[in-house]
Design a protein around this ligand. Structure first.
Ligand code: GYE
Length: 318
């Protein structure tokens, strides 16, 4: 009896310590629900890749849902994350408004929320813990500044707007127009949404170019590269030279934009970094561990024009 007990002690100790190691490991790895907007642009697919790769690298169980650019699908996904009892919910809200009811349900379930890439408008700031994303107003300003310098402050501009009601569409317009108020020789004469897609950009640009006053256009501001790339096709099909007859500035900095700049068809892209997976999961793990974090985390980015494109192109991972 005595010797049997002695033989059992180390075994018990071993299994207790193994169990505590296991517990510690599971405590460190939260189950995360992420609702993505869709796959509307090169930026978005790079963003999705970054998020999935980082979750896999950390061994995090990620429940990923693609909403195909529909808010109702996102709301459904968020409710399913509550039902599954995930530890943290993160999402990239397609538009700014309409989230309060579902955010209240999430709060009532005791699940912390991290906003990724796009912000929401809510009356109660405690409905989410933090927001990580770019400064879209600043991106709009950077695009406007670049165009003002390039054109000497004289431009008749067509604007391809992003998804109506989305944070980047609202804020990029705001920042760009801020620059126009200081440059009376620059004006927007056409403005319509291309929904952040290449097909949308092409279609809207075709319509712009068919209008009777199309000849006066000297510049295009596209809220993202995909719409600019679609517009470039429309401009070429109309027998004009994109990047020369019409100066084009857009936002994102995807590979296709650098290729278009190298080909002389796009003039400038303002960087919006989609590779936020590592920063996002740092936050998520801190939130899951109950740590205090700032309410707003910024993403780093720059501006690249045609003179820098060839040198930067090999560095582009997306
Ligand atoms: O610029 C656009 C994408 O929210 C920053 O969404 C993102 C924007 C990005 O569809 O290409």
């Amino acid at each position: 009896m005595h010797s049997l007990f002695r033989r059992l002690v180390p075994l018990i100790a071993l299994s207790v310590s193994a169990a505590s190691v296991l517990l510690a490991q599971t405590a460190k790895k939260p189950v995360v629900g992420f609702s993505q907007i869709g796959a509307e642009s090169g930026w978005r697919t790079a963003n999705t890749d970054s998020i999935k790769a980082e979750a896999a690298k950390r061994g995090i169980d990620l429940k990923f849902a693609d909403a195909q650019q529909k808010q109702e699908n996102q709301i459904k996904a968020l409710r399913s994350f509550i039902a599954q009892g995930v530890d943290v919910i993160a999402f990239s809200p397609v538009v700014e408004t309409g989230w309060e009811p579902v955010l209240k349900e999430i709060k009532a379930a005791g699940i912390p929320v991290v906003l990724s890439d796009r912000a929401v408008k809510v009356s109660d700031p405690s409905l989410y813990v933090t927001f990580i994303g770019s400064d879209f107003i600043e991106e709009g300003r950077r695009a406007g500044d670049w165009l003002a310098k390039k054109t000497g402050g004289k431009a008749v501009i067509a604007e391809l707007v992003g998804t109506p009601g989305s944070a980047p569409a609202i804020d990029r317009k705001k920042g760009f127009e801020e620059i126009l108020t200081r440059n009376p020789g620059m004006k927007i004469v056409k403005s319509q949404s291309g929904d952040f897609t290449r097909a949308g950009g092409k279609q809207v640009m075709e319509a712009f170019l068919k209008s009777p006053d199309a000849k006066q256009l000297t510049a295009l501001f596209a809220h993202n590269d995909d719409m600019a790339l679609g517009a470039i096709q429309a401009i070429e099909e109309a027998g004009l030279k994109p990047g020369k007859d019409i100066i084009i500035v857009s936002i994102d900095g995807v590979r296709g934009a650098f290729e278009a700049m190298v080909a002389g068809k796009l003039n400038c892209t303002v960087e919006c970094n989609p590779q936020i997976g590592p920063q996002l999961f740092n936050l998520i793990e801190q939130v899951a561990a109950g740590q205090k974090i700032p309410a707003r985390i910024a993403v780093k980015e720059g501006v690249f024009d045609e003179t820098q494109a060839a040198a930067e192109l090999p560095n582009r991972k997306y």
